[in-house]
Write a protein that binds this ligand. Structure first.
Ligand SMILES: Cc1ncc(COP(=O)(O)O)c(C=O)c1O
Length: 402
């Protein structure tokens, strides 16, 4: 949305939460040295192996990279999936099941087109989107002409959409169900039985489950289950299921723009044909660096330890204020600000009085048919800074709000 507050036709379709935040805070001076916790941009250390690889491969920037990626990258991704989900060991064929992406966002958006071309739909195809949600899903639905159907993901349903509540009429015209686990913004993790239900519905109604798992390696206790392992366990195949992942959160390298899609081989083939003409290739030196990143877990464990320290600080400073409970995964706090006038009012107060920038939950959600907005009461806080900064920001919030 333009920062002068005027809405355009485009904003009615998609509006960046960060542009909206800039509009909300325009002209307000921060009340203290600013701390920006609005953006989920990991600020971990750059893994030491990255620099030498990029330096050594510098000359490869002069070549057009293959759109399907170099074999070594697809192999490294397939091997990582097999290590992470033992049932998939040696089951992922780098030729048939994997495509590298320039970050998962690119795929979460562009995969909608081959998904809609997969089959005929009686009526307007529906794209099911958890609400609140990562904005690329809505952009995909809007650009492809499908109908986005928003599924509330509130605390009453464990911050995940209620899959039992979907009508057969809707499921019959569903092209894609986006699921995010661990979820942005609430940090909810879909358990095995939840994923089993999602996979079963996708197969019964022949739609695609797009499992956004880019936070899969950021968790509190146990590694979250993945949609592909559930698909494999239930029928010995990956049919109807696609997982998206990325080095952005796992390796703390959002600037690398390196991710993948893996799963249903028929869809991977179709998407590969589509990407061949429509999507960006990943530069060769980045592909080489990505091979090393998918092959190393030490830097991932370090990142996870750092997020855990931040959540230890949140436990200590917040206690049970604002409905806080340590999330099962991802690196966000999803705090209820209803008693402070809702998420937008609280975001303004915290910027104006404490210099802490947080994101109103309403910018991550859509109004439901009953007029309610499942993000309205909340703010999202990305705990991606160092511990000292996190402590300072949370302390300022508690001192101000009580
Ligand atoms: C839920 C979710 N999905 C996907 C992405 C995209 O990540 P990337 O394109 O960097 O892989 C993000 C980034 O913030 C995200 O929060």
């Amino acid at each position: 949305m333009p920062t002068d507050g005027t809405a355009t036709a485009l904003d009615a379709i998609v509006a960046s939460p960060f542009s909206r935040l800039a509009g909300l805070l325009a002209g307000i001076e921060p009340g203290a040295k600013p701390i920006d916790l609005s953006l989920g941009e990991p600020r971990a250390m750059i893994p030491s192996f990255l620099g030498p690889i990029l330096q050594e491969r510098l000359g490869e920037f002069s070549r057009y990279p293959p759109i399907r990626g170099i074999p070594a990258l697809r192999e490294a991704i397939a091997a990582w999936i097999g290590r992470r989900y033992p049932i998939l060991q040696r089951q992922i064929d780098p030729e048939r099941h994997v495509l590298p992406l320039t970050g998962s966002r690119e795929g979460l958006f562009s995969a909608i087109f081959p998904a809609l071309a997969r089959r005929e739909f009686a009526g307007k195809p529906a794209v099911l989107v958890p609400n609140p949600f990562y904005q690329a899903y809505a952009a995909a639905a809007a650009a492809s002409g499908a109908e986005a159907v928003y599924l509330p993901a509130r605390s009453e349903t464990g911050f995940l959409p209620d899959l039992e509540a979907l009508s057969e009429d809707l499921l019959r015209r569903t092209a894609v169900l986006y699921l995010c686990s661990p979820s942005n913004p609430q940090g909810a993790v879909a358990r095995r039985n939840y994923l089993e239900k999602a996979v079963e519905l996708a197969r019964r109604f022949d739609f695609l489950l797009f499992a956004d798992e880019c936070y899969s390696e950021i968790y509190s206790d146990a590694p979250p289950p993945g949609a592909l392992e559930i698909a494999q366990a239930s029928q010995g195949s990956l049919a109807n299921v696609l997982a998206f992942n990325s080095l952005s959160k796992r390796s703390g390298l959002p600037g690398l723009r390196s991710g993948f899609i893996a799963g249903d081989p028929e869809f991977i083939a179709a998407f590969g044909r589509f990407r061949n003409v429509a999507c960006p290739q990943m530069p060769l030196p980045i592909q080489q660096a990505s091979v090393a990143a998918w092959g190393d877990e030490a830097h991932v464990a370090q990142g996870r330890a750092r997020y855990r320290e931040n959540f230890d600080i949140a436990d200590e400073v917040l206690g049970s204020r604002y409905g806080y409970r340590r999330p099962a995964g991802a690196f966000f706090l999803w705090l209820n600000m209803a008693q402070f006038g809702g998420g937008e009012a609280a975001a303004k107060t915290l910027w104006q009085d404490c210099g802490v920038k947080v994101l109103p939950g309403t910018y991550l959600a859509r109004v439901e048919p009953d007029g309610s907005n499942p993000g309205k009461d909340h703010v999202r806080i990305a705990l991606v800074s160092d511990g000292e900064t996190a402590r300072e920001a949370l302390t300022r919030i508690v001192v101000r709000l009580g």
